[in-house]
Design a binder for this molecule. Structure first.
Ligand code: APR
Length: 235
């Protein structure tokens, strides 16, 4: 079976109704990133941060995967697929993708604020009550916090993402501005002989001189082109 690795970002979930971060009316265009997406911001005002992620978690329960997520999941019928996502939503999984690596954490999960990456203390919040409040404690007795990788924190799953590239036959990038590292550096680990496809309705500045097939469309339409014009024709 041919192997495909797909790096996705917020643009993947636009058609599901979730906002992106940059480029006009994105989350970071309208909110104080330092206050709500850094460990310093959390320490300074934990209830503001808990509330921000509570709101995003409640919103996530109201949206569905889009055709783009479903087409990515359908690739598993013919290919060995790993999705490396920067997204913290669970829409890839809900669409049926079975091998998803979340580089920036998972919105539906909570963790210890003392040892955020200790998976012994990570668990999925019940959909009946997804809010995290001050006083909700992890098994290590520390305050529960969102299982999100904030700016300045380590990205432990990057190693798994790089390992997933072993023997890759095609690499696709969908719905990311490639602004954030180390996620954006994943491309540099793709052997130069491997075809790279980039699906995005806008121009994306790629920090690489390798040739990339740009599919200037949204995630769903772009996935249809990727499958029909390229992946189904791979020898
Ligand atoms: N289909 C596909 N891509 C789209 C669509 C769409 N319908 N609409 C917009 N896009 C593209 C935009 O053109 C842009 O290139 O999605 C990309 C979104 O870029 P960002 O908002 O920067 O989001 P992302 O690249 O995922 O951000 C990376 O930054 O703040 C951190 O942790 C956060 O994971 C996030 C990381």
């Amino acid at each position: 079976m041919k192997r495909i690795v797909i790096l996705t970002g917020a643009g993947m979930s636009v058609e599901s109704g979730l906002a992106t971060f940059r480029g006009g009316n994105g989350l970071w265009d309208n909110l104080p990133v330092e206050q709500i997406a850094t460990p310093e911001g959390y320490r300074a005002n934990p209830s503001l941060v808990l509330d921000f992620y509570n709101k995003r978690r409640r919103e996530l329960l109201t949206v569905e995967p889009n055709d783009g997520h479903r087409l990515v999941a359908s690739l598993e019928e013919k290919f060995s697929v790993t999705v490396v996502t920067q997204n913290v939503d669970d829409l890839h999984e809900r669409a049926g993708s079975t091998h998803v690596i979340h580089l920036h954490g998972e919105l539906m999960k909570a963790c210890s604020s003392r040892e955020p990456q200790n998976l012994d203390y990570v668990f999925t919040l019940p959909s009946a009550d997804t809010d995290l409040k001050l006083g909700d404690l992890a098994a290590d007795g520390s305050q529960l916090r969102p299982f999100i990788v904030w700016f300045g924190e380590a990205v432990p799953r990057m190693d798994d993402a790089i390992e997933a590239l072993a023997g890759v036959d095609a690499f696709a990038i969908i719905g990311t501005s490639l602004n954030v590292y180390p996620a954006a550096s994943l491309l540099s680990f793709v052997p130069r002989s491997i075809p790279v496809y980039l699906i995005d309705p806008n121009e994306v500045t790629v920090n690489s001189n390798r040739s990339i097939v740009a599919i200037r469309k949204g995630a769903s339409e772009g996935m249809r082109v990727l499958i029909d014009e390229y992946l189904n024709k791979m020898e």
